[in-house]
Ligand binder design. Sequence first.
Ligand SMILES: [Fe+2]
Ligand SMILES: [Fe+2]
Length: 671
Amino acid sequence: MKKIIISKSTLELLPYPLKGSVDAIITDDVAGFLCGIQERDYEMQLLVLVFVNFDEYNVVKRSVLRNNALLWNAVILDSDFTYQMLVDEDISFIVDCRTSSIMEEELQFIIQRGFSFLEQQVSVINNNEFLEKLVDMKRDQEDLINIGKSLSAEKDPDKLLRTILLLSKKITGADAGSIYLIEENVKGEKQLRFKYSHTFSKDIPIEEFVMPLNKKSIAGYVALTGEVLNVEDMYRLPENAPFSFNKSIDIQHNYRSKTMLAVPMRNHIDEIIGVIQLLNSKEDMNSERGITGNEAFEIKLQSPDDFETKVVPFDQRYEALMEAVASQAAIALENNRMIRQIETQFEEFVKASVHAIESRDKATSGHSFRVAELCKHMAYAVNSATEGIFKDMYFSETEIKELEYAALLHDFGKVYIDLAVFMKGKKLYPKDFENLIIKINYLYRFVELQALLGGNPEVKNAIASEGIAASNGEANMEKLESIRRIKELVYKLNEPTVTDMDPETALKEMIEEINDVLCKDIEGNIIEIIDDITKRNLSIRRGSLNEEERKEIESHVVHTYNFVSKIPWPPEFKNIPEIALKHHEKLDGSGYPSGLKDDEIPLQARMMAIADIYDALTASDRPYKKALSKEMALKILADEAKGRKIDPDLYEIFVRYKIYDAVDRDFYRIA
Ligand SMILES: [Fe+2]
Ligand SMILES: [Fe+2]
């Protein structure tokens, strides 16, 4: 009798509710339940497959006997599980280990495999003369677990293929093997790509190539039919076989392809995505030495005789085992492909976002890309530091990617800010300045008019009622002189450069002089030459921005944070919002938005601060702003480091490794 017992703790990783085909007992005490079964005297043999987390597995293993009446195997479903936990463990009870949700089809596959192992164990137990097969099966199960372990750890797709093939060869004792993957060509037609191959005994380099997906080749046949092919001699294929074998490579390399096992690689939705083809099994369990796959794998086939005497057909048990291995491999490849697809999507998304911000203001275009490049180079420099504070510091490739994305997006929040504020090069916006000059010119003409009126009593009388008083000519000449001075002063005050002149005092005097003249429009309304906003702007002591505008620009970091933190980053990029948020913080607490100090600012944000300032200083991103030379920019950064605004140790790295030379300024500009 077969039973499936599922621990409640594993339900979140299972396709729940379980479909009708899975008849399972769900309990929160699997070990207790099994002990209960054990005590009852079942006449039938019980085959039990349990789904448990790792801790529960250990409890079951300790408390439940395994005998002829009760045979059990376990599937570990545990999001905290790592293969490290299996070091020194007896894994012969484990059918599979999964850390993430499994789909209905995978579940069916695992159940089928679990019971098939149990049934094989029953037949072996029932037949003592095949007892050693139990050892094989135990080893097969261990191999499968180990394959899962190796494949889940591998991120590089090429290494993954190499690992798949190496493990397949080791398990079966094969001398050679190839992996074919199904792909679509530009016309949307499926084809088979010969992706990777390796021969232990000979160095046979074969380049990647594509072939049509049809039954004429062995790989094509397996890919299309899903059949496992176990061939005893490739040179003696059955006459009615739809496929044939091309001996040319054998002849060219003095090799002899004899026995062959080809299995389809099915992914989690039972789709065939490729084929693993193994050649020349060297395993010989019947010989006195009983050579297993692992040992046989390293036997060299050199002389023609070796191919006749050392090569054996692939053992039948490898057909099912290799199918399971190929499925694990397919799922690992699919996972890998999906991970890369997600990575590419993030990359594209980040770049598209940056283009959005950079194309908004052509003058600063390329800034984000350059800051990202500088940051990356700083991280590599920190990695290579063999002395000093960073000698033990190391950024992984993923951490460098995280830093790069944070840098690319660090100023994204600027899209929320009025572009005019960024473009503001002088204390008054061009329109406001123009307006002010018009008003001063008007005032000038007004006073001139007064002077003229002073000499014409008729006109004087005619418009006296409108409040334009004529005055004597001498006084007006003085006034006109003063207005001319005021106009000059307005030009000076509008400049953002810091001068000895206190703008507020100068402005006050100027206003007093102007206020003497009541300048009126046609309707007789008094024209205010310098309104409050203009006064406030012309009184700015440093730079061109008033307090509100400065705050608005500073708010870009919070906008960046709000935007970036809404992106569902994978866990390895979780620090991006924080790094981007803190790129304007200063070590002495004078930065924004939070005035953080020293270690409160992440190292990556401190790196970004240096890259950001350096790029801003050396960029000629505004018509009115001159780009500073590298030397000048480094001098300013040195002062900032001395004043503990930026991190002195990172500045030292920036200079020592000439990070500033790493970026080609014009390369990153948007045309
Ligand atoms: Fe910024
Ligand atoms: Fe920036």
